[in-house]
Design a binder for this molecule. Structure first.
Ligand SMILES: NC(=O)c1ccc[n+]([C@@H]2O[C@H](COP(=O)([O-])OP(=O)(O)OC[C@H]3O[C@@H](n4cnc5c(N)ncnc54)[C@H](OP(=O)(O)O)[C@@H]3O)[C@@H](O)[C@H]2O)c1
Length: 272
């Protein structure tokens, strides 16, 4: 697999999505603008935000300050729980777009599967048909949620963004998404830092002369999954993009696969 930071996968509607992105949860104010600017300079083109992160303004400012053409960027935001429902979603979308200072969005996601997600999805389908969004998808959807959505909708979600790393290796969900042409995007790919000093992760990363974070991100690449690591540290932002000059041997991929312990750094969609 000869990939680099400009490489993309094709979504089920033909739109291209970068193989690596930049997460922005908890980033705020000038710190957020700086971090996104560093990420853009480093070559990241996918920026992941959400109306709940309260930083769409900062994301928009960082984009506007960059000299990167709009077509090169891939901007994702998400509709929050309190914004779900048909009319509310249409309004929330306009608000997000305004804050981001954009004419269109690349990817709009339902942040969590709440009671009104089918109505929310109808609004997203409308926005998609009006060409205000290049692709629509979901986040934190289980197989059950996806089955319900697939049987009640016209458009198959392009993406399901879920927590995914070796300690939460959701193999069945991955298989289901593949079968249904839904690309899986991994959030908290670095376990929010919780497992970066795990013994196996340390040992295997040393073998490849890489950092634990780089190993975790490369493991996603080996599984053809998009990772969206977050950092406000310039060095980490650079490190996390330097994952295209090595690959993990099958036996080590297997070792990492076997680390699954259903660990959730964020909430379980079943209980939240
Ligand atoms: N859809 C959803 O419900 C959902 C939920 C959670 C997250 N997300 C998205 O996914 C993104 C990533 O997930 P996340 O923010 O939860 O956590 P994460 O990316 O797994 O971990 C972030 C943590 O790792 C540290 N870190 C980053 N690079 C590092 C490196 N090279 N070496 C050592 N430490 C490093 C960061 O600290 P420093 O800042 O010091 O580098 C930060 O504390 C979010 O920002 C958000 O965009 C979506």
């Amino acid at each position: 697999m000869n990939l680099n930071i400009n490489s993309t996968y094709k979504l089920n509607n033909g739109v291209e999505i970068p193989v690596l992105g930049f997460g922005t949860w908890t980033l705020k104010g000038d710190g957020a603008i700086n971090a996104i600017q560093w990420a853009l300079e480093e070559g990241y083109r996918l920026i992941d935000t959400a109306s709940m992160y309260n930083n769409e303004n900062e994301v928009g400012t960082a984009i506007a300050n960059s000299n990167i053409s709009r077509e090169e960027l891939f901007i994702t935001t998400k509709v929050w729980d309190s914004e779900q429902g048909y009319e509310k979603t249409l309004n929330a979308f306009e608000q997000s777009l305004n804050k981001l200072k954009l004419e269109y969005l690349d990817l709009y996601l339902i942040h969590w599967p709440r009671d009104k997600f089918l109505d929310t999805w109808k609004a997203m389908e409308k926005l998609y048909e009006e060409e205000k969004i290049k692709a629509i998808g979901v986040s934190n959807f289980t197989i059950e949620h996806l089955n319900s959505l697939l049987s009640h909708s016209n458009i198959i979600p392009a993406v399901n963004q879920v927590e995914f790393h070796p300690f939460l290796y959701q193999k069945e969900l991955l298989g289901f998404c593949r079968k249904n042409k839904i690309i899986l995007e991994a959030y908290s790919p670095l376990t929010k830092g919780k497992k970066l000093s795990n013994k196996t992760i340390r040992q295997v990363s040393e073998k490849y002369e890489k950092t634990p974070a780089q190993l975790l991100l490369r493991w996603l690449i080996e599984h053809k999954i998009i990772g969206i690591p977050r950092s406000n540290n310039k060095e980490h932002i650079t490190d996390n993009a330097s994952i295209f000059d090595f690959s993990i041997e099958n036996e080590d991929i297997e070792r990492l696969n076997n680390l699954n312990e259903n660990l959730r750094a964020v909430n379980d969609p079943i209980f939240k």
